[in-house]
Design a protein around this ligand. Sequence first.
Ligand SMILES: Nc1ncnc2c1ncn2[C@@H]1O[C@H](COP(=O)(O)OP(=O)(O)OP(=O)(O)O)[C@@H](O)[C@H]1O
Ligand SMILES: [Mg+2]
Length: 412
Amino acid sequence: MSESLYLQRQSDRFLAAHPREAGWVVHQIDGDSAREVSLNYLLDCLGEWHQAAVTRRMAFPLVAAGVFRDWNAVSNEANAYSWRGTIELVWNGHDIHCHKFSLVVGNGLAEIYFVATKSLAAFRDLLLVLDRYGQARHKEKKEIYVVNGDNIPVTAHSWDDLVLPTHMARDIRVNVDGFFSGSERYASLGIPHRRGFLFAGPPGCGKTLTLKTLASNTPAKFISVLGTADVDDGMLRYAMDLAEKYTPAVVLLEDLDRIVQTKEISLSHFLNLLDGLKVLNGVLVIATCNEPDKLDPALIHRPSRFDRVWRFELPKYDQRLALLRKRGGKFFSDPALETAARRSDGFSMAYVQEIIVSALLECTHDDLPPNDDHLFKSLDTLRMQRKEASKPGESIEERETVGFCQSKNGDG
Ligand SMILES: Nc1ncnc2c1ncn2[C@@H]1O[C@H](COP(=O)(O)OP(=O)(O)OP(=O)(O)O)[C@@H](O)[C@H]1O
Ligand SMILES: [Mg+2]
C-alpha cells in the first residue's frame, strides 16, 4: 500500500469514528508541529501526572514495547518522542481522542497525529499542561545540550535495548569508559587526553540510539552539533568551548558528512578545532555519518582526528530476529518472528522495529489481541512501501546495496 493510501485509510477511519455532525473537530498535526506544542509528551505526561484522565489507552512507547497496556512500567523507560497508538481522555469534562502513527516517507519515517475534540478550549488547556510537563522534565532529567537545535532529553536507555553484532556494543562501551577513566594514563604517557570516534552506516541502524545510550550511562556532559540543522564555524567553536568548560565532555557531531558540506564551514577551521590549536583535555569527539567513504580523507586518515571507526551495517538475520523478539516476543509466536526476520533482509533496524509497531497498531484498530496475521500483514505493507519508495526502474535489491554497507550475503 502506498504512503498516501495508507494515510488516507488512517484518516478515513479516524474521521468515520469522529463525525462532524456529532460535534467533533479533527486536527491533523505532523511531527514537527507536534514537537513545537509538546504533543510528544502526551503518553508520559498522562502517565506521570494525570492517569485518571485516561479513558482508553492502546499506546506504547517503542523503547520498551513490553510495557504495552501496562501503565506502571512506562515512566522512565518511555521515550517521549516515539510512542505510537491511541489515547482517549477526558480533559476539563471534554473528550479528546489522539491517534499517533508513522508513515514511511523515502528512507525515513514521518510521524502524524490525529486529534479529535469537541472543545478547542480543552485541547488548548491540555497543550499548556503538556508544555509545562515538558519544561519540568527538561529541568529534572539529563539532556544532551544541542548548540543548533532543541536539547534532547536523555531518558533511561539500557544497553539491553540495543541490538548490535556480537562485541560491538561492549567494544564501544569499553573504549568510551576507558577514555574517561584513563586521564592519568594519558598524562603519564605525555599525550593529550582526547580521542575521536566515528559511527558510520546507513540510516536507522542504531548510531543515534548508541549515542543516547552512552549519554544515559556515561557521567560526562554531552554537547551535540546537528548536521541536519543550520551550522557554521562559530557553532562548532562554541561546542568545543563548552566542552572545554564542562570536561569531562563528549562532543557529538551528528551527520558529519552534512556538517562538512555546509557552505558556512571551512574545512581547515574544522580540522584545526579537532586537532586543537589549544589542547582540549578530557574531550571525546564522536561523529556519525552515513557514508564515510565520501568524507574528505583529511578527516579520517589522521589518527588524532577519528582514531576508531565503528560500522553500523544493515542488520543480518540474527540481529533482525533479536530485535523482533525483544519488541514483539510478548505478542507474536516465535516461528512468525523468524519468518519476519527472514523476509526483512535489507531492512534497517528502524524498519524492522516498525514491523512490530504497525502490527500492534493494526490490532488496536481491530480491538483484537495481537496475532501472527497482524505481524505478516504489517511485514507485507512495509515491504510494499519500501518497494514503492525506491526509485523508478531500480529494484529494491539494487537500492539496498548502494553505498559501502551492504547485506548481500543472502542471510535472509
Ligand atoms: N541497533 C539497534 N538496536 C535496537 N533498536 C534500533 C537499532 N537501530 C535502530 N533502532 C531503532 O530505530 C530507531 C532509529 O535508529 P537511530 O536513530 O539510532 O538510527 P541512525 O543510525 O542514527 O540513523 P541516521 O543515519 O538516519 O541518523 C531507534 O530509535 C531505535 O528505536
Ligand atoms: Mg542518527
